[in-house]
Design a protein around this ligand. Structure first.
Ligand code: SAH
Ligand code: SF4
Ligand code: F3S
Length: 459
């Protein structure tokens, strides 16, 4: 027992932030001598990195936990950890609900996993949910991909959207310094990574909490400045960022994206609702008109830019005609991709307490109608790729067809083509698109890079 290494498994729910946190926690565990196990059942340390954005995300966690808690009765040396947003939301309550847990830790504590586990191994049951200053990320993440990587630039969120748990569970905004971000990207470049996605819940808030203002009175470190600062990191050929907030999105940022060749022409800007009254009730801080102006501005600089977003249907009090304003906005913009959700009342959020909640039937009906329109519009948007040569960054083999590889275009469309993964992984390959579907493309590799529609440009 003593000389066989302990094995761990992490199951990750939720958004890119959680995925990035999981990779860092996996890095810490490997630094402690743990080895990855393919399934929770083969592991003696099981960690759930949880999400509570909607009720169904939270309930999923409880059903998984129940199974592991049972297992612990037969295998007392099993270490059970709940990390992430449910851990932060429930804290001590989780221990009461699942007394078999060893460690409950909020997202701000991800980088402290080793320290917390040492307390567990000393015989304690530990809850770490107090707000802390996030320590600089000195860990070596165990990244899922060898081609694309997440890099956190700002943690937390200072907005107060009336439906959203994120500020409660992720705490206040904390930006990393431009130097730390660049250093992480340089390391990624040295390791052979080709693409970086800069992450923040409200990435336009980047730098507000860092010291320094310019002579013109603006914050010295904005997202736009950061893009210029990291743009020339050797080896990194593509840069993306998410999530943008329409309230703070600037024309200066759009210009930077148009000017900097490594920044992909892909924008993820959730609008949530196409109706001004609903937007106001959500406390989003912008109007439909402002949102549409942003889209127009993006398209005036980059006519081909891919645009994706998130939207919620069935917000409390949403009338049929207000919902139709959302449909109409989707029709008008023509998103490349849209993440849709039925409103879910969340503990600790204002909208959950309002008495004008809609029935599940109305929400489900609206969600279905919206999804139908989204698929139709995405299929229309895909048409523009037909026959074109796109630069595809190859990430992996197609799991459904070993003769094919898959990757993404600059606009983030998943693309398949015949090729050998050992030769092509991590390369940007010109691919002529022969088949288009709503959310993916198929094509053929073309040999001469000069055929690229945007020669020499990675995105
Ligand atoms: N920071 C991002 C969103 C993070 S949460 C932003 O401001 O847009 C990801 C998405 O989950 C949101 O965009 C929203 O569409 C959805 N969401 C958040 N809270 C929700 C709730 N209570 N019910 C349904 N969907 C929700
Ligand atoms: Fe939630 Fe709003 Fe913050 Fe996005 S901006 S994380 S929706 S509170
Ligand atoms: Fe979920 Fe937390 Fe992300 S609630 S969406 S994992 S910030």
């Amino acid at each position: 027992m003593a000389d066989s290494p302990r094995r761990y498994h992490i199951t990750t729910f939720g958004c890119q932030m959680n995925k990035a946190d999981s990779e860092r926690m996996a890095g810490i565990l490997e630094g402690m001598g743990f080895q990855w196990a393919e399934t929770p059942e083969e592991a003696s340390l099981v960690l759930y990195n949880t999400c509570t954005i909607r009720d169904n995300a939270e309930q999923k966690v409880y059903s998984y936990l129940g199974r592991q808690a049972k297992r612990k009765h037969e295998q007392p040396d099993l270490t059970l950890v709940v990390a992430g947003c449910v851990a932060q939301q429930e804290g001590e309550l989780l221990l009461r609900r699942v007394p078999e847990l060893d460690l409950v830790m909020g997202p701000q504590h991800a980088n402290r996993l080793q320290d917390l586990l040492e307390q567990v191994f000393a015989g304690n049951q530990v809850v770490a949910t107090d707000p802390v200053h996030i320590f600089e990320d000195i860990t070596k993440p165990r990244r899922d991909s060898q081609v694309t990587a997440w890099v956190n630039v700002i943690y937390g969120c200072n907005e107060r959207c009336t439906y959203c748990v994120v500020p409660n569970v992720r705490g206040v905004e904390q930006s990393r310094t431009p130097e730390a971000i660049r250093a992480e990207m340089e390391e990624l470049g040295r390791q052979g990574f080709k693409e970086v996605t800069l992450l923040g819940q409200n990435i336009d808030a980047y730098g507000r909490d860092l010291p320094g203002v310019t002579a013109a009175g603006r914050h010295q470190h904005t997202l736009t400045d950061l893009l210029y600062y990291v743009h020339d990191v050797p080896g990194i050929e593509r840069i993306r960022f998410a999530t943008s907030h329409p309230r703070y999105f600037t024309e200066r940022l759009i210009r930077a994206c148009a000017e900097l060749p490594k920044v992909c022409e892909h924008f993820h800007i959730p609008f949530q609702s196409g109706d001004n009254e609903v937007l106001k009730a959500m406390a989003r801080g912008y109007t439909r008109e402002r949102y549409l102006r942003i889209i127009d501005q993006i398209r005036s600089y980059m006519p081909d830019a891919a645009i994706s977003a998130d939207a919620i249907v069935g917000f409390p009090g949403e009338t049929e005609s207000q919902f139709e304003n959302t449909l109409q906005l989707v029709e008008q913009v023509g998103f490349d991709q849209l993440n849709t959700a039925a409103y879910s009342p969340r503990p600790g959020t204002p909208a959950a307490l309002w008495d004008n909640q809609l029935s599940e039937t109305v929400k489900a009906d609206r969600l279905q109608r919206l999804n139908h329109l989204v698929a139709t519009k995405a299929a229309e948007r895909s048409q523009r790729y037909l026959g074109r040569v796109e630069a595809v960054l190859v990430e992996d083999q197609n799991p459904k067809d070993p003769l094919q590889v898959m990757g993404r275009t600059g606009g983030n469309r998943l693309t398949f083509f015949t090729g050998d993964i050992t030769e092509l992984k991590g390369q940007i390959v010109p691919v002529q698109i022969t088949t288009v579907r709503a959310f993916s493309l198929t094509g053929d590799r073309v040999d001469q890079p000069t055929q690229l529609s945007v020669a020499g440009v990675a995105c």
